[in-house]
Unconditional design. Sequence first.
Length: 695
Amino acid sequence: MLSFRPLVVMALYTAVVVLLAFEGASYTRNWSLLRLHADGTDRLLGNITQLRSALDQYRYLPFVLTQSREVRGLLRNPNVQFSEPVNRYLEQINLVAGSSALLVLDLGGILRASSNWRDQRTLLGGAQDSRAYFQQAIDGNEGREFVHEGTPLRQALYMSAPIYDQQRLIGVAAMRLELDKLREQLPIDYPFIITDLAGERLFGVMMPETLPEVKPETLSDGTEIHLLMLEGVPYLSQSVVLDDLNWRVSVLGDARIVRQQQRIAAGAIGGAGFALALLFLYLRESRQKRVLQLEQARERALSQERQRDMISTAQVGLINVDAAGLIQFINPMAMQQFGVSLELMRNRAVEELLSGGSSELLRETLANLGTDRFQPLTGAEMVGRRADGTLFPMMVSVRGMTDHPELGYLVTIIDISRRKRLEQALREANESLEHKVAERTRALEEAQAELVQAGKLAALGRMSASVVHELNQPLTAIRTYLAICRRQLDKPDQQRENLRQLESLIDRMALITGQLKTFAYRKPEQVGPVPVAQSIDQVLAMFRGRFGEMNLQLEYDAPESGLHLAGDQARFEQVLINLVKNACDAMQPNPGPHILSLTVGADDTAVTLRVADNGLGIASEHQSQLFEPFFTTKEVGSGLGLGLAIVKSIVRDLGGDIRAFNRPEGGACFELKLKRFKASLEDERKSSDSGQEVL
């Protein structure tokens, strides 16, 4: 009976240990789940705060659009010419705000303006009147809707607001945000999902498409939790309903830590129980351990001796300190650097040598010696103090003796005085060079300002000389005719001819001043359709007499009658007059046959007009000055030099472009490109109803 007693005691002891381990694991699981639930609640609230902050960054955008006069003007008059500035306005706001798109819709849900107007892809499939965000805005509320759209399907969030004009609803402003951008603003590294109250998935991060059923569980304090399994991994599910958004936000917390803590608790209790059984083995091994410690002590002493020999022969300053920061050994190089001896510094604080300019980082490193908070210090620049009180720059490193921690810590000192002197010399050289560059820059800026002023004065001088010369001749003639009129007051027939000559001279002076007025004219506020063929015919009719005098051959194929460009007819005809006159003047010195070529071409967006002659062409030195005001190659009295400058100004104001070049077969060619005018659908419908052509 006595032989079975140790076995019975061992069995009972084992049973008690197993029971305690089971109860400890159960308690640990309950405690771990409570902590995990509390952490998940904080995380969920934090995520909701981040989500609301991310949405609030874009929530104001639709309301900004509702306050725009251009947007309201476009909705009141949905015309193509009003949509382009609104498109550019939306594009600028979209770039600044970082949204995916900004939209302006009319009451029928038709897109009238978009920030993505440059993109060739169609943003919306059609009318948006059936979308929830549109209907919410039409009802006068702030709209919000998740949408799956595009190929492949992508998630996007629409926010909208109604647009009123004098308390009358005229349209809807909307903002589109792809959820990929929203994800970037939510630093979430765990499963996260948003659903509506019907359970439809709206937005998810690291979540599977379908979730298994969740069974509730009640903990010891009455807290109800929901655990589920995903691919063999337990998760704690927590969710909250956002009443203002009608969204349910849910997160999953990894519950594997609960199992780990259960196992740790059970293992700890079991280990503590079985530790008593191992006590006897420990006592038996203690004697052998003491013998081993004596052998290790002898090895440490030998290792310390070898380490100090290595430190003594090193070419940098090395100081061996203990965990309290007291100097145990200092090599000859360090003694030379600081001017001290080992006997003087032994068991003194190492910070006394570094107090000349020690940093907060060094003091913190020395304060953490011998603790778990110690972090090695590498290459910190500071100032050291020699025994005579002089200071010198140095680089300090502090690290533990990892192979032999019993030896303490090693402080490395490197004197960087020479390097600092070189750096100072380089810094002074850079500052000197920067000063010279700044002075040279100022000199160049002053020279440039003087050149600009000289150019202005030269242009003013050329203009004044040309205007004075051009007006002086008519004024002289007017004085002459007035003198003749006074002498012939009794001859009415001859007075009539004199008055006609006076009228001609006044017209010539009006033409000269009119060129100056045209040159100063700015872009017209309204742009309309200009019939190209009709304008060219009218201009050519004005030059028929000169064409006959020059025996000029005209090469011209009239374009289709329905071709129109965007501008105003008077200014376009003035451009043609100047170009044709310039071509005739260029061919005048040429004794051969005079040939003038007019070519008209068009595509969907632009109308191209080329005016070419067979004159002497454009000299290379005149190419850069061709369109400058008051520049002319003609003799004084033949013009002000404003013709091509006026052409350039008008073409620029109409949004077009002009260039001049020499033709390979001889002569010059002026190529003019202007925007083509396209009638809106409403104008075409009105024209069709009235039986007239839409311009």
